[in-house]
Design a protein around this ligand. Structure first.
Ligand code: IVH
Length: 692
């Protein structure tokens, strides 16, 4: 099928060079389609380059044989003086936007369609097509005699701009169509920039000292309107087709489609990229499901979407429904809450984290973005702030996507009305006034105050109490703020000296919650060595490293006294982590904290030191999936780890066992496909007992 898509259409009486050239072009077009549209290259890049150079050489020798649809002719020479207006033969419509919630948005649309079509309740569901709403620019591509002759922006829908020179550089867009395409064909779709391409482009811009683009949409819009095709060619654009404009009429041999779905299939056959996510949906319920599913997949998609589009599938019904002014009645866009919004910076403050890291934070005029009201957004560090040129009073773009903390993406270009001083990192910590330092080669500024700094103490306490550390239920942020700010707590160990009476006097605490917290404190004293070591908050020591340390050394004293050589004997611990651990325990005040915790009654469970390789499951990687009949996931993981196994989150060829419980999903399927051994809980217990 793909082979006749790109076969050379050359009459037999042509010169041998002409035939050769045609064959090379067909070959290159086929490979480019595989690479750029199907994402499935069949030859290495070097082979493409070799054939491309062969074609270039032949064309140089025979300039009379060069045609505009040759793959060598994507970037045309001269810089344009401006963009010419283009009147659209068929107007480019917009779509009505439904901003209602998931269910009501789709239901309102479906109800309206059913009413307009005069359907009764008992009639079957209407068939729709649900598509992603691509976040780019609408484009109309005009093909005459199978050749791309013009690309135009939407403009006001009636008149757009001629951007053919820039669009020709998009290698997903065919310059020529297969022979079965109608003599006149306008393909409508969206030009956009993939997230990964956008990141790479900005890295290049930065390396070259050029200005950065704020988001993929702006970068795409700028590239499309570039007057110099050579510059446009360096901005990696992509395209999705989703409709038609003017087409050869049916009476003159033009195509006839029954459904929008069939139209999309045909566009794909003609070589255009069509989103694989587009699918048929019956009735409102399946539209709602699509909206929800795309909302969940949104962050992981390689391209940006700002919503979904629902369209009536039957073209006959589309005609029956018709238009209101410039919007079709048969389609609606159902948007997601925007992930980016513009607001103003009211101040730039500095926040101090657990390890003393200073983070510049923009205080913002409140703005609703990504489904929540945002008043603070991170500027990450001084270098990011400088790169983005943000100052107080600036209008900035704020982004909040999924669960990621809100960040300032960049400032909205424009002159400042008056002078605003640049932001500087303070020389003294805003919380404890200790010196702020920046290690050579590091980006981050840090407070040198350590646990003397209240901000670091608060964070250290929160970390100490967190679920994977000492697991002290009820010791949250609000309480920690009160304890540290109210001078009830100066060091970690003092937390165990708090009594019910003191606690009950705090804001939002009563006798009952004070007693609960006291009980949680008592309970936390019986813990594992791994949790205790993790809870200390040693730089570079996460949960996994703490477990490795506990397993290897067995006793707290041994961990505390190990030198860097001894530490590096632990599997997975390298020089940097070893140095962090050694430095931590070399400081007398840290040893005092540990001693005070032990004196307060904390008893990390010690074991005999075991070299990891002596454990029964040493070197084995296990993946847990689904719900086991009696063991919780944490319990199963702890058992496996104490037997020396590594518990991983994803299945690969390197996985030794998959332990599957009820409702195991894709991990089980993958294990079966890869031939990885699958165990149930009984099998797991046998394995742990050394009988696996
Ligand atoms: S269909 C008659 N489908 O949304 C309907 N538009 O206001 C014509 N868009 O500017 C458009 N993804 O650029 C359609 N899957 C999709 C789309 C889509 C994005 C844009 C389009 C237009 C706007 C509609």
């Amino acid at each position: 099928m793909q082979s006749d898509l790109f076969s050379a259409q050359t009459p037999a009486d042509k010169a041998p060079e002409a035939i050769k050239i045609e064959n090379l072009r067909a070959q290159l077009n086929r490979w480019a389609h595989e690479y750029y549209v199907l994402d499935a290259p069949s030859v290495p890049d070097g082979e493409y380059d070799r054939v491309y150079q062969q074609l270039e050489a032949l064309e140089a020798a025979h300039p009379e044989l060069v045609t505009p649809d040759s793959p060598t002719q994507r970037v045309l020479g001269s810089v344009l003086p401006g963009l010419a207006p283009v009147r659209h033969a068929v107007p480019m419509l917009s779509i009505r936007t439904e901003t209602d919630t998931e269910a009501t948005g789709a239901q309102a649309f479906d109800a309206r369609i059913r009413r307009e079509l005069g359907l009764a309740q008992a009639d079957p569901p209407v068939e729709y097509i649900a598509e992603p709403k691509f976040d780019g620019l609408a484009m109309s591509l005009r093909y005459e005699g199978g050749q791309l002759v013009q690309a135009a922006t939407r403009g006001d829908g009636e008149v757009g701009e001629d951007v053919t020179h820039a669009i020709r550089t998009i290698r997903q867009i065919p310059l020529r169509l297969p022979a079965d395409a109608p003599p006149l064909l306008e393909v409508r779709g969206e030009v956009y920039m993939r997230g990964a391409d956008f990141e790479r482009l900005n890295q290049r811009q930065q390396a070259a000292g050029e200005k950065l683009f704020v988001n993929p949409r702006n970068a795409a819009a700028g590239a499309v309107r570039q007057l110099d095709a050579r510059i446009a060619a360096q901005r990696p654009l992509s395209f999705f087709a989703y409709g038609l404009g003017e087409v050869t009429p049916q009476q003159q041999g033009g195509p006839r489609f029954e459904t929008h779905h069939a139209l999309l299939q045909q566009l794909r056959q003609w070589g255009f990229p069509v989103a694989a996510e587009a699918r048929i949906a019956h009735g409102a319920a399946e539209l709602v499901a699509f909206h929800r599913e795309m909302g969940e997949r949104r962050a992981a998609l390689p391209y940006g979407i700002d919503g979904v589009v629902y369209k009536v599938n039957s073209l006959a019904l589309q005609r029956q429904l018709g238009f209101v002014t410039r919007e079709p009645r048969w389609a609606v866009a159902h948007k997601y809450p925007p992930q980016e919004m513009v607001t103003t910076v009211q101040a730039i403050d500095v926040q101090v984290g657990r390890t003393g890291k200073l983070t510049p934070v923009a205080r913002l005029a409140p703005v609703f973005v990504g489904g929540a009201t945002v008043t603070n957004a991170t500027l990450h560090n001084l270098f990011e702030l400088r790169r983005k040129r943000v100052r107080v009073g600036d209008a900035v773009i704020v982004r909040r996507a999924g669960d990621v903390i809100p960040e300032v993406v960049g400032r909205v270009p424009g002159e400042r009305a008056h002078y605003v001083p640049n932001f500087h990192m303070p020389e003294a910590c805003p919380v404890c006034a200790s010196a702020v330092v920046r290690e050579p080669g590091e980006i981050e500024h840090r407070c040198s105050g350590g646990l003397f700094c209240a901000a670091q103490r608060k964070q250290a306490l929160l970390h100490f109490a967190s679920r994977k550390a000492m697991d002290i239920e009820g010791l949250g942020e609000k309480l920690v703020d009160q304890l540290v700010d109210g001078a009830l707590l100066h060091s970690l160990p003092e937390v165990y000296a708090l009594d019910v009476e003191q606690l009950a006097r705090l804001d939002r605490m009563g006798e009952k919650s004070a007693q609960n917290l006291r009980a949680a404190l008592e309970k936390s004293k019986h813990t594992s060595l791994a949790r205790f070591v993790y809870a200390l908050g040693i730089r570079n020591v996460g949960e996994a490293t703490a477990k490795d340390l506990a397993r290897h050394f067995g006793r707290l004293g041994a961990v505390m006294d190990a030198d860097t050589d001894a530490l590096m004997q632990v599997p997975d611990i390298g020089p940097i982590v070893a140095e962090s651990i050694h430095t931590f325990f070399a400081q007398p005040h840290n040893r005092e904290v540990v001693q005070a915790l032990l004196d307060a009654g904390v008893q990390p469970l010690e074991t005999d030191p075991l070299p990891a390789s002596a454990l029964p499951l040493a070197g084995k990687t296990v993946v847990l999936t689904g719900t086991l009949p009696t063991l919780s996931r944490d319990e199963a993981q702890a058992l496996l780890e104490s037997a020396g196994a590594k518990v991983s989150g994803s299945v690969s060829k390197k996985t030794h066992y998959v332990v599957a419980g009820a409702e195991a999903g894709s991990k089980l399927t993958k294990a079966q496909a890869l031939g990885v051994a699958v165990l149930d809980e009984a099998g797991l217990r046998a394995l742990l007992a050394g009988q696996g």
